[in-house]
Design a protein around this ligand. Structure first.
Ligand SMILES: Nc1nc2c(ncn2[C@@H]2O[C@H](COP(=O)(O)OP(=O)(O)OP(=O)(O)O)[C@@H](O)[C@H]2O)c(=O)[nH]1
Length: 737
């Protein structure tokens, strides 16, 4: 056994680096990150917790596959990664149980699972053995339990789509899950019964039972993009802007929203009572503006993290007597990350200490320069409480809307986003939808997030029943079969059957995804993501104890140069890591770095559920080192050829069935069995390939050293001659600089 790095150990033992690091921390063994080396002593300690798997065994299945080249080798590694990935996500699967439980289908499955477990425990009659100690030990014990006699017949053929868990495959084969787990164990794969199997594993198991397998390709594309109609240029008409109000605590966001609603909505509306449905529309100079009713950048960004780009314009409220405050900066960064134009509302102008010039001055630091000073940011001075300046603000919103050329096609099937949704005792699932394109009508067949249904009734922001809603209109609908989530997207289908099919497929996909766990960026798996072409920028959020350190850290990180990958600091701030930082990180796929600061309780919780990677540090160079090494690891490894030795061919033996054996003498270095070889004749390369067999006398050997004789046969090459030079080489990974 030799020393290992944390991530290597984690990979070999089907866990995550994070789990290993956390466990080491609990043992008071300090490791800084996944690249840290751990001693043999530490490995032994780790084995007590994670070492349920013998690496030699684990590889059995992959070793059966021929390893042809360096590439092939990589593929095998990937296979292993797949398996380990699945196992590593175990925690997630459990974590997700709660989520999927809402779904009747999964709920059923889980019950089943629990039921089986109960039965097993009874069969065992030693309940203590099964208790505690974590999943892995339980699994081992389960595997040792006596098998149930197989009653049902093994089918000749099975079909499946997507992925199968061990339990599901067992069901299809009419076998006990424990039997499959045992088989997998013999094949070197440790699996729990709720674990997804990759296609190879399914095939392997089925071949053990002589069962034919067919994977059905599901044609139902669940991606809305595939069904979105293209808007015809001639159908495009102006649509109202959708506006979000952001700003620091107490700077007057709610008061401003109320003021706008009050001055505008009630005009001409009998009764004038507005309904809270999460958004409302006002009219100014005959044009409409839609306001999202949940002020603050956290709500805005959490929607964005679900893929919804709803806001067209952000209003940044800054109190004239208070100026730019931490959350003002946060809001700016959130709006910028979403590439949304910003209008500054300088509020509380009625106050004695109001100083709009100071606000302007402070904002120039964030590239928000007023037009008067040569910039292009619109500033509106107002007093929300006195309802002064509201019209000016609305005018400016209309101006920006015009510049932005916000357009939509009313003739299409409606597409948009969920603003709010809840379960109502009387009405069932109630969702506020913002139509972003097309027209939504009562009776429409609609897929909303992972739910679907028909629009039964529709109510606007004034509480009035409406039959249809055009672009940028918020409406509350009923008729969905489940409660969607804020930020989910919706699409109307002309064909009800199609809507149902896609709705069900999306539901299914959602279950699969929550099973496998969707990965956010973490330093540990950046490499994988880059390799899959998923990431070119690393977004980073820095929180530090003082502004100086945040800036120093940001500028040092920006200086890191690694080919093909770029660091983007999307937000820096002073103070504890807050929930809003995490939400921004989740939305922007960012890593959060805390420098001499810690996450608060809410942030910790959210980071866990959103799977945001939070790195806490106290020394700047450690941060740089960590990010840099992750970035270097992220890139495709570069290989360099290294010649390990040469042998001279002294005699040729032709053996039928075997081919030509080159009786050789190693003149330099060594010849290894799995090296690549080149046949050189008079200085010219005749052939490049692989060794088929390497022998000393009659024995197969792994390597032959200098000054020894050996017999070499080359794969697919028999034209070897006396006097040829056999040059052995290996491809070595080189570290990027
Ligand atoms: N003098 C004066 N006070 C205002 C004005 N606008 C808001 N306020 C007061 O400022 C305080 C905070 O206003 P809110 O509208 O609750 O501020 P907010 O930004 O929504 O605050 P949070 O929801 O806590 O983030 C309240 O006491 C308001 O009455 C204004 O134009 N002038």
């Amino acid at each position: 056994m030799s020393k290992k790095r944390v991530y290597e150990y984690a990979k070999e033992n089907n866990t995550t680096s994070k789990e290993v690091i956390n466990y080491l921390k609990s043992l008071d063994i300090n490791v800084s990150n996944h690249m840290s080396t751990i001693s043999i002593e530490t490995i032994l300690k780790l084995d007590e917790k994670f070492g349920s798997k013998e690496p030699e065994k684990k590889n059995t299945s992959t070793q059966e596959k021929p390893k042809k080249s360096a590439n092939n080798h990589n593929n095998n590694n990937n296979n292993n990664k797949k398996t380990s990935g699945n196992t590593g996500k175990n925690g997630n699967q459990q974590g997700n149980k709660g989520k999927t439980n809402n779904n009747p289908k999964t709920g059923g499955q889980q019950k089943n699972g629990q039921h089986n477990q109960g039965q097993n425990q009874n069969q065992n009659r030693n309940k203590n053995k099964n208790r505690g100690k974590g999943g892995r030990n339980n699994n081992q014990q389960r595997q040792q339990q006596p098998q149930k006699p197989v009653v049902k017949e093994t089918p000749k053929k099975i079909t499946y789509s997507g992925t199968l868990t061990v339990d599901e495959l067992a069901g299809k084969l009419n076998k006990d899950a424990s039997e499959l787990i045992k088989k997998l164990m013999f094949l070197g794969v440790m699996a729990t019964k709720n674990q997804d199997l990759d296609d190879d594993a399914v095939e392997l198991i089925c071949s053990e039972y002589d069962v034919e397998v067919e994977k059905e390709i599901v044609f139902e594309d669940t991606d809305f993009d595939k069904y979105l109609e293209e808007s015809k240029q001639e159908n495009l008409v102006e649509r109202p802007a959708v506006v979000t109000i952001m700003g620091h605590v107490d700077h007057g966001k709610t008061t401003l929203l109320d003021a706008i609603r009050h001055t505008k909505v009630t005009e001409g509306e009998a009764g004038g009572i507005t309904q809270h449905i999460g958004a409302y529309q006002v009219e100014n100079e005959g044009k409409k503006v839609t306001f999202l009713d949940t002020p603050g950048h956290a709500a805005f960004t959490s929607m964005r993290s679900r893929g919804a780009q709803v806001t067209d314009i952000a209003i940044l409220v800054v109190a004239a007597d208070d100026g730019v405050m931490p959350q003002t900066v946060e809001a700016i960064n959130h709006a910028k990350a979403a590439e949304v134009p910003i209008i500054i509302a300088v509020n509380k102008m009625d106050k004695e200490g109001a100083n709009p010039d100071r606000v302007m001055q402070e904002l120039t630091e964030y590239e928000l320069v007023p037009e008067d000073w040569g910039g292009d940011t619109i500033f509106v001075n107002l007093s929300a409480i006195k309802q002064e300046g509201i019209n000016d603000l609305l005018e400016m919103i209309l101006l920006v809307s015009e510049v932005e050329e916000l357009k939509a096609d009313q003739t299409q099937n409606a597409f948009g986003t969920v603003i709010e949704a809840q379960l109502d005792k009387g009405r069932g699932s109630v969702a506020t939808l913002l139509v972003q394109n097309g027209t939504l009508r009562v009776g429409d067949s609609i897929v909303v997030g992972n739910t679907f249904g028909r629009v039964r009734a529709m109510v606007n922001d004034l509480g009035k029943r409406v039959q249809e809603a055009g672009p940028s209109t918020p409406v509350e609908i009923t008729g969905l079969n489940d409660v969607p989530q804020a930020g989910d997207q919706f699409l109307v289908f002309s064909d009800e059957k199609k809507a149902r099919q896609i709705g069900e497929a999306r539901q299914q996909k959602h279950i699969q995804e929550s099973r496998t766990g969707q990965s956010k960026v973490s330093l540990d798996d950046l490499f994988e993501q880059i390799k899959q072409g998923e990431m070119k920028d690393i977004n980073i959020i820095i929180k530090a104890d003082v502004q100086g350190s945040a800036e120093a850290l940001a500028s040092s990180l920006r200086k890191i140069e690694v080919e093909g990958v770029q660091i983007k600091i999307i937000h820096t701030g002073v103070g504890a890591i807050t929930e809003s930082d995490i939400i921004l990180a989740a939305a922007s796929n960012a890593i959060v770095i805390g420098f001499n600061v810690r996450p608060d309780a809410n942030a910790k919780k959210t980071a866990e559920t959103e799977e945001v990677d939070v790195r806490l540090h106290r020394v700047i160079y450690k941060v740089i080192e960590e990010i840099e090494s992750a970035m270097k690891g992220m890139l495709d490894p570069e290989f360099e050829e290294k010649v390990t030795g040469q042998a001279e061919v002294r005699e040729i033996f032709k053996v039928s069935k075997v081919g030509t054996i080159a009786g050789s003498y190693v003149t330099d270095g060594k010849i290894t069995r799995n090296a690549g070889v080149r046949i050189i004749r008079d200085g010219v390369v005749q052939f490049e390939g692989e060794i088929d067999a390497l022998k000393r006398f009659k024995d197969d050997v792994k390597e032959v050293a200098q000054n020894y004789e050996c017999g070499i046969t080359i794969k697919n090459f028999n034209d070897i001659k006396e006097g040829d030079i056999i040059e052995a080489f290996v491809m070595e990974e080189i570290e990027r600089k």
